[in-house]
Design a protein around this ligand. Structure first.
Ligand code: NAD
Length: 249
C-alpha cells in the first residue's frame, strides 16, 4: 500500500462522481485515512461514510479562512497528523470576457485560488512540525491553453494563478521536505460538465485527443496517489498533465 498510515485531506471531495471523491476512494484503498471537506449541501460526512468508518467528512468552505483552519484542527484532533492536502475544490462558469461581472470574478477565483491559499496555510504548520508533507493542487488544462472547453477566462486565470501559487510554495517549503505539485486535468467526465455537452460534442472532442477519449475521475485519482506517495519523492513544483495528450507541446 502506497499511503499506509498516512492522512489525506481532500477539498471538494464529496461529489460522488467528482475527481475529489475518486481520489479519496483510491487514497483510502492505498491505506490512507481520509478527511473529505466540502460545503454542507454536498454532504461530506455522507461521502466519507461510503469509504468506511475510519474516514471523516467535514463541512468547510475553502473561501473562508476560519472555516479552513477549523476543519484542519478537527482533522488533527481526529488523526493526529496530515500528510497530504489535495486542493481540489473548484467551480467554473462558461462565459466570455465581456460578460464577466465583478461578482463572477470573485466567486470563481475565490474557490480555486483563495481556497488553495487558505487550505495550504491551514495545513503547513502541521506539515512543518512533521518535517514533511505533500500538497497537490488541481489546476486545469484551461490554465495552459487559455481556456478549456467549458470554463470562462476568469476560470483560466484562477487555474493559472494556482500554478504560480503552487510553484512559489514549492520553492518556499522545499527545504522543509514539503512538496507542492499541480495536476492539470483535461476534460474529465464529472458533474462539472454534466448537461453542458451533448454526446455528439463529446465524441467530437474525443477525436481531437490522442488517447481518443475523455478522461475519467480515476485518471486524476491515480495521479494524486502518485504525488502523495514516496514514488514522487523528488518531484516538487511540477505540473503533471493528465489530459490524454490534449496538450502535447
Ligand atoms: P465537481 O463539481 O464534481 O467538484 C467540485 C467540488 O467542489 C464539489 O463537490 C463542490 O461542492 C466543491 N466546492 C465548491 N465550492 C466549494 C467551496 N467554497 N468550499 C469547498 N468545496 C467547494 O467537479 P470536478 O470535475 O470533480 O472538479 C474538481 C476539480 O477539478 C475542480 O477544481 C475543477 O475545476 C478541476 N477540473 C475539472 C475538470 C473536468 O473536466 N472535470 C478539468 C480540469 C480541472
Amino acid at each position: 500500500m502506497l499511503l499506509k498510515d498516512q492522512v489525506a485531506i481532500i477539498t471538494g471531495g464529496a461529489g460522488l462522481n467528482g475527481l475529489g471523491f475518486a481520489t479519496a476512494r483510491l487514497m483510502a484503498a492505498q491505506g490512507a485515512k481520509v478527511a473529505i471537506l466540502d460545503l454542507e449541501r454536498a454532504d461530506p460526512a455522507g461521502a466519507a461514510a461510503q469509504l468506511g468508518p475510519e474516514h471523516i467528512g467535514l463541512v468547510a468552505d475553502v473561501t473562508d479562512k476560519a472555516s479552513c483552519d477549523a476543519a484542519v484542527a478537527a482533522v488533527l484532533q481526529a488523526f493526529g497528523r496530515v500528510d497530504t492536502l489535495v486542493n481540489n475544490a473548484g467551480i467554473t462558469q462558461p462565459v466570455k470576457t465581456l460578460e464577466i461581472t465583478g461578482n463572477d470574478y470573485d466567486r470563481i477565483l475565490d474557490v480555486s485560488l483563495r481556497g488553495t491559499l487558505y487550505m495550504s496555510q491551514a495545513v503547513l504548520p502541521a506539515m512543518r512540525q512533521q518535517q514533511g508533507g505533500s500538497i497537490i493542487c488541481i489546476s486545469s488544462v484551461s490554465a495552459q491553453r487559455g481556456g478549456g472547453i467549458l470554463g470562462g477566462p476568469h476560470y483560466s486565470a484562477a487555474k493559472a494563478g494556482v500554478l504560480g501559487l503552487a510553484r512559489a510554495m514549492a520553492r518556499e517549503f522545499g527545504p522543509e521536505n514539503i512538496r507542492v505539485n499541480c495536476i492539470t486535468p483535461g476534460l474529465i467526465g464529472t458533474d462539472i460538465i454534466k448537461g453542458k455537452l451533448t454526446e455528439e460534442k463529446k465524441a467530437e472532442i474525443a477525436e481531437t485527443i490522442p488517447l481518443a477519449r475523455l478522461g475519467c475521475a480515476d485518471d486524476i485519482a491515480g495521479a494524486c496517489v502518485f504525488l502523495a506517495s514516496g514514488l514522487s519523492g523528488y518531484c516538487t513544483g511540477i505540473t503533471l498533465d493528465v489530459n490524454g495528450g490534449m496538450l502535447i507541446h
